[in-house]
Design a protein around this ligand. Sequence first.
Ligand SMILES: [Zn+2]
Length: 179
Amino acid sequence: MTTKATEKKTKIHEVVKWPDPVLAKRGETVTVFDAKLKKLTDEMFESMYEAQGIGLAAPQIAISQRITVIDVSFKKNPEEKIVLINPEIIEREGKQVEEEGCLSLPEIREKVSRAEWVKVKAQDVTGEWFEIEGTELLARAMQHEIDHLDGVLFIDRLSRLKRDLVIRKIKKLIKNGEW
Ligand SMILES: [Zn+2]
């Protein structure tokens, strides 16, 4: 943050919150891999860091496309910066139940059951297909972000009762102007 003034200016997108309808839509497949797409992914990383997140999907900045960025190291390791375009989970194994949050659902944290390990097939910014595997937090982040591209939020993976409670809480926050 302190180096911001000296950095090249990157547009920061505002993260939309539930119940914005864009979050419930399936994102469109990306077919054009050009400089504009690269620029968008750079902006997504910056917007994600600004919002203190470790993952961001394009629908969360009101762009209904199948693009997501992840950095579970939060800027500590450039090698952990991942861009997934048109991603698909091709294999999954095991189970982990951990607390999850979402930039589109600020302050809400609930335990969500996810696969412990996943293998994902995706395209990079040049359109090249690749595969990536992850366990623990990376597996969780990939599943969470790919869900966003299908219009699914983590609260949709809770029990009906838990989900209703969370939604009631959010509606109260909205009513009080605190959302
Ligand atoms: Zn999210």
